[in-house]
Design a protein around this ligand. Sequence first.
Ligand code: ADP
Length: 492
Amino acid sequence: MKYVLALDQGTTSSRAILFDQNGKVAGKAYQEFRQIYPKAGWVEHDPKDILSSQVGVIAQALVRAGASIADVEAVGLSNQRETTLVWDAKTGAPVYNAIVWQCRRTADMCDDLKARGLDKMIYAKTGLVADAYFSATKIRWILDNVEGAREKARRGELRFGTVDTYLMYALSGGRIYATDYTNAARTMLFNIHTLDWDDELLSLFDIPRSMLPEVHPSGHFYGKTDGDFLGRELKICAVAGDQQAALFGHLCTRKGDIKNTYGTGCFLLMNTGDTAVESNNGLITSLAAGFGKPDYILEGSVFVGGAAVQWLRDEMKIINTAAESEELATKVPSSEGVYVVPAFTGLGAPYWDARARGAIIGLTRGTGREHIVRATLEGIAYQVADIVRAMELDAGVKISTLRVDGGASANNFLMAFQSDILGCTVLRPAVIETTALGAAYLAGITSGLWSDVEELRKNERTERAFSPSIGEGERRRLLEGWRSAVDASRLR
Ligand code: ADP
């Protein structure tokens, strides 16, 4: 048996999953690592923790699969996006901790960019909103704040990389210095139309080109890992940012294909083919994982998704486990006019109201915890539906199927309601490790283990499909109620 090894380097844990030739999980292992919070709003990772946790899980996954390193045909890498590392070109030693995507330390720098009206130029070139999430201002912060870094950068002695680049550099003993389109597109330095680093942006942030890796398609032979590391050289045949890897894992490779990940927050990505769709709703335009010239995507996120269920459990204490939310929600025939808007940190697309706050409306003397729980799950689905509608409007397509993954996609009530409110089919796949699966698919096709996407499509297995059970009139009535609830959340 030949295997593809997917390495999924996430924000809170590193995973290794071994997929067999049939795309089935043969063995997996994961390890959490330390989150460092030096100040309020700041988040860092120690690069050593990223590397050691990622290497550490490989052996475990192999043992669980009963496989040896010699059975690994190819490696595919997926990673937390935007997180920024800078290291010394000669020694490979990082000059600072990894600054994590969530870190807000450069928020003022972004406000300044907006005040200078530069956000429009940034959007036109990169497809991104000028926000502290993305790497550019984080690199600049390191060059401005680490002693001697700026001079070293000017002399060409420093390297920048997102986590994929750092891992490949470390695992190859400095021989691979590269990234893929999906990761490059999240740096705010990469022009998604010319598919190259952008000189105007580089000079805006005062970042020399010598600090930037080569950029390749996600499915590409990047090089081999050093034999000393894992006891044998392994071929790295794919790299993709986690959300784009998941999109590929769902085989959303055709225009209009769309997936949502229901994690702490929700991440929606829609493939828009060869058109870079400009959004009128504040969605991000970016690049998809693939081979050769990349497809474009629209991306939108819901800040509070599964986190609303955690709130019910940890703050409201009206459920004991996340799974119990499904049981309670189905004890009542409807939420009876109760709406929960989980706008705890404001509202994102398509509202973009940072001052909005959570709201519960429609309470009566008869409202019970079942109604509140049900309305909270519905609140997640409504937010997702708002983004799907925005994507449909921006892209001028009507979607018929939403593919799902992530922790909260296990909730059957939530999935059924999502289908009702969208009026489309919701498909939950049999393999829910979609991010790792996408990295494995990309690597397996690149290495020749699988011939193409169509071969993989034949093996695609749906665990459950949810179809709408309500009519258009009912849907319209529910959505009107949601709209007034959103209005209430903005009354401040
Ligand atoms: P992340 O990758 O963001 O950590 P996961 O994909 O692991 O997230 O999903 C975890 C989230 O899913 C949590 O916010 C949790 O509340 C939610 N969740 C997990 N199981 C369920 C369930 N059965 N019903 C609703 N929400 C759930």
